[in-house]
Design a binder for this molecule. Structure first.
Ligand SMILES: [Ca+2]
Ligand SMILES: [Ca+2]
Length: 152
């Protein structure tokens, strides 16, 4: 039998030494958040993407500190990653957010004019009509009738 150096073990014939694959045998000391790479006589640990450290100890990187999202999005830090979410009234992947034109979906009353705004929209009854833009009625239309309609 040969006496093998650290990181090697006797081959089945007992006359030569072969590398120990610490990674596949789970003899490594890598962090759960690191990738283990077998090398001749040893192994290396490299923190996974989204983590920093020496490979034995890996800690999550708080990517939000670097403000990676669109200014109109909120950033939430996750283990090994992060998420950007566009704010209300905006659409996109969070890295970039665009204003939604709500008027495309005709959210206002048929007798109202819709105006898209950044992050929102407004409804205004056309001239000759009263109301809040979501509901418009002809001037002189009986208020009681309108209230009845709302409660139906
Ligand atoms: Ca090895
Ligand atoms: Ca993170």
């Amino acid at each position: 039998m040969c006496v093998c150096e650290d990181g090697y073990e006797n081959d089945v014939d007992g006359f030569s030494c072969v590398d120990i694959d610490e990674c596949s045998l789970e003899l490594d000391s890598c962090s759960d958040s690191a990738d283990c790479t077998n090398t001749a006589g040893s192994f290396t640990c490299t923190c996974k993407t989204g983590y920093s450290g020496n490979g034995t100890v890996c800690v999550d990187i708080d990517e939000c500190l670097a403000s990676p999202c669109d200014p109109l999005a909120t950033c939430s830090n996750d283990m090994g990653s992060f998420t950007c979410t566009c704010g209300d009234g905006f659409t996109g992947d969070g890295l970039t957010c665009q204003n939604i034109n709500e008027c495309d979906n005709s959210p206002c009353h048929q007798y109202a004019t819709c105006t898209d705004t950044v992050g929102s929209y407004t409804c205004a009854c056309q001239s000759g009509f009263l109301g809040n833009g979501i509901l418009c009625f002809v001037q002189g239309f009986k208020q009681t009738k309108l209230e009845n309609r709302n409660t139906e």
